[in-house]
Design a protein around this ligand. Sequence first.
Ligand code: PLP
Length: 319
Amino acid sequence: MSIHPNDVWEPSSDRHTGTGALYSDAARDHLWMHFTRHSVFEDREEGGLGHSVPIITKGEGWRIWDDRGNEYIDALAGLFVTNVGHGRTEIAEAMAKQASELAFFPLWSYAHPRAIELAERLAHNAPGDLNRVFFTTGGGEAVETAWKLAKQYFKLTGKPTKHKVISRSVAYHGTPQGALSITGIPDAKLPFEPLVPGGHKVPNTNIYRAPEHLREDEKAFGRWAADRIAEAIEFEGPDSVAAVFLEPVQNSGGCFPPPAGYFDRVREICDEYDVLLVSDETICAFGRIGSMFACQDLGYQPDIITTAKGITSGYAPSG
Ligand SMILES: Cc1ncc(COP(=O)(O)O)c(C=O)c1O
C-alpha cells in the first residue's frame, strides 16, 4: 500500500480499547509517552494540533504496520533495540516455556539456569579478562549501576575519594538521575536539575565541529579529543575521578565514530590516572557494528561494558 506522508498522522483506525475508547484517544488521555510533545495530540480547541497518536500493531523482520495497515520500514530497529527483527517465534516460544516454568526469582543469594547460562555466554564473549555479569533492566540502569560499581571499587581499594565521571558533550547515557548526570545534553537535563553531582563533560569526536586546525587531520583530532579527558582529570583532581563513560560510536549528535587513535590514547590516560574506562554499549553491542561487543571492533579494552537493548532485541527488558 502506498501512502502520502501527510496521511500518516490522520485519524487512526476505529479500533477500540476494552472501555470503548479509540486507541489514539486513550493514548492521548492516559499514556505518558517518552520525549514526546503531547500538545501535538491535544484537540485543536484546547490549543493542540489535533493529530492522532500513531499506533503500531505488528512487526515482522524489519517491517512494522500501524493499525490502519500502513507498512513502514523499522529503520531504527525501535530505538536501536530490535537487532534480530520482529516476529521471531523461536524467541516467543522460549519465553513462553520459561514463563510456565519459573516466572521470576531474585538473584539474591540464589541463581537460576537462564541467568547462569546467559552470564556465562556473555563472559565467554567479552574481551580480555571481563568475566562477570550484573543484570539490570535497561541501559540507563546499567549506566547507573556501573557508576555505583566504580565508586564502590575505589572505596574498597583504598581510594575512597574517587567518585566523579567524565563523559562527552551531547552524549546520551540514559535518564535515571545518575545516568542523566553522565548524559551531555543540557536540554534533557534542565527540567530535572540538580542531578547527581560529579558528572563532567569533555568535547566529543564530531570532526565537523573540531577546532579548525584539526579538521583535516583525523589522527591529530583523535589525540586532541582524548587529551581533553586527561585535562579534565587533572582539573577535577585525579583523586576524585572514578570513571570515563564513552560510547564506542557516539550516537547522540549524529553518530560520531572515534577518530583514529582515540581509544588507544583514552586507554593510556585511564591507566595513567587509575580511572575506569566504561564502554557504554547500550546501542553498539550485539552485532550493531559487527562483533558481539563494539570495543572488539574498535580494538580497545574497557574495564566495564554497559549494555541493554540488543541483548534481548526488545523481546523482554534487560540490560
Ligand atoms: C549509549 C546509551 N546509554 C544508555 C541508554 C539508556 O538506555 P535505556 O533507554 O535502555 O535506559 C541509551 C539509550 O538509547 C543509550 O543510547
